[in-house]
Design a protein around this ligand. Structure first.
Ligand code: SF4
Length: 128
């Protein structure tokens, strides 16, 4: 799929596959010269000659509690009637048609960090 995207859309230079929290900072650091793209795990990218390369798979994030909470303070939360909290990734099942299935077994955040995320989002909402 990633190779096909790069083939069909020549204005796209890089596709990040899977979870991007670890990959994106490495990608941004490698973009200025392009030479280090081969060292960024979890991407498909286009070389100057138009050929497409894939790097090694990025490691799956196993402990979601290590990820920072969303920056709710940067959003006008009063503009929203509701907001969602992603409390887990993956799924224990493997339905063939599903894009979640390849992301592996279910990995939940702990109740403490999920509640913290909710409080963080709520604290920026206007009341009354
Ligand atoms: S459709 Fe996807 S998310 Fe739903 S049970 Fe199947 S694999 Fe899991």
């Amino acid at each position: 799929m990633e190779t096909r995207i790069l083939e069909l859309f020549p204005w796209i230079d890089v596709v990040v596959r899977g979870e991007a929290e670890a990959t994106l900072p490495l990608l941004l650091g490698a973009l200025p010269d392009g030479e280090r793209l081969a060292q960024v795990p979890g991407i498909f990218y286009r070389l100057p000659d138009g050929s497409i390369r894939q790097t090694a798979e990025a490691r799956r994030i196993t402990n979601l509690d290590r990820l920072p909470l969303p920056a709710y303070h940067r959003l006008d939360m009063a503009a929203y009637d509701a907001f969602g909290i992603v409390s887990s990734r993956g799924c224990p099942y493997g339905c063939r048609f599903c894009s979640v299935a390849p992301s592996g077994i279910e990995r939940p955040r702990t109740a403490a960090t999920t509640a913290s995320s909710r409080r963080s989002g709520c604290s920026t909402r206007r009341t009354g």
